[in-house]
Design a binder for this molecule. Structure first.
Ligand SMILES: [Zn+2]
Length: 216
C-alpha cells in the first residue's frame, strides 16, 4: 500500500517520508516531502526555508510539506499564513503537490490557496475537519483528504466527514504512528460499503494521481 505521509524512516511500503529540513534523509528516501511544520516556525525560518528550497529541486522530492497553520503554534497566524504562502509558491515553482497541516485554521488555509491560485493537488494531512469544513473543501477539485489513526477515535470529526467524502478523494497515512493501517482501511471500507482491497486500490490510485503526475 502507498503512504502519502509518513515520518517513520525505512518504512517498508512505498511512502513519502516527511524529512522536514533534514538533508541527510533526502539521499536515503525513495520519495520525500520537505517543509517547515507550522509549530517549528521561529526566527530561524528564513535559513531553514533556504534548505527546503534546495531540497524541493531534487527529483525524489515528491511534495512540499507538511506546512500550514496551527492555532497552537507559538508563531502568530499572520506569520504562519505568510510562510505557508511561501511554501505554496515553492510548490508552484516545481509543480509539486502540497501536504498541509491545519489545526483550526481552515478558512486561512483556503484564503491562502485562493490568493495564490494554487491548482496543484492539495493533501489535507491527518484530516479531522468537521462536516461544514469538509463541504467547503470538497468544492475544490484539487483537495484530497488523508486519514491517520486519528479517524479511529470514537465520534471523531473525521469519521463524520468521511460520510460525504468520495473514495476518489481519500488517502491513508501513517503520520508518526507505527500502528497497523488495517483498522483505518477497515473503517473506510465499512463506511463506504466496499471491500478492504477496494479501499487500498483506490488509495494507491489517488496516490499516483497526486504524486506521480508531477515531476516523477
Ligand atoms: Zn506529520
Amino acid at each position: 500500500m502507498y503512504i502519502i505521509h509518513n515520518h517513520i524512516v525505512d518504512y517498508p511500503d512505498k511512502n513519502v517520508l516527511d524529512i522536514g529540513t533534514d538533508e541527510k534523509e533526502a539521499d536515503n528516501a525513495q520519495l520525500f516531502s520537505t517543509g517547515i511544520h507550522p509549530k517549528l516556525i521561529d526566527n530561524t525560518f528564513d535559513e531553514k526555508f533556504k534548505i527546503v528550497s534546495n531540497l524541493a529541486a531534487l527529483p525524489n522530492c515528491a511534495a512540499i510539506g507538511e506546512c500550514g497553520i496551527d492555532v497552537f503554534s507559538s508563531a502568530t497566524v499572520a506569520k504562519q499564513k505568510e510562510t505557508f504562502i511561501q511554501h505554496l509558491h515553492l510548490a508552484q515553482q516545481y509543480s509539486k503537490p502540497v501536504i498541509i497541516h491545519c489545526v483550526r485554521a481552515y478558512s486561512e488555509i483556503i484564503s491562502a490557496i485562493n490568493a495564490t491560485r494554487f491548482s496543484l493537488p492539495v493533501v489535507m494531512h491527518s484530516y479531522n475537519g468537521n462536516i461544514q469544513t469538509t463541504e467547503q473543501l470538497l468544492r475544490r477539485e484539487n483537495i484530497y483528504f488523508s486519514f491517520s489513526d486519528k479517524i479511529l477515535a470514537r465520534n471523531s470529526s473525521a469519521q463524520k466527514s468521511l460520510e460525504i467524502i468520495p473514495l476518489c478523494r481519500i488517502l491513508i497515512e501513517t503520520d508518526n504512528s507505527s500502528s497497523p493501517l488495517q483498522p483505518i482501511v477497515s473503517l473506510i471500507a465499512t463506511q463506504k460499503r466496499v471491500g478492504e482491497e477496494e479501499v487500498i486500490k483506490s488509495n494507491n490510485q489517488v496516490f499516483e494521481q497526486v504524486i506521480m503526475n508531477y515531476e516523477l
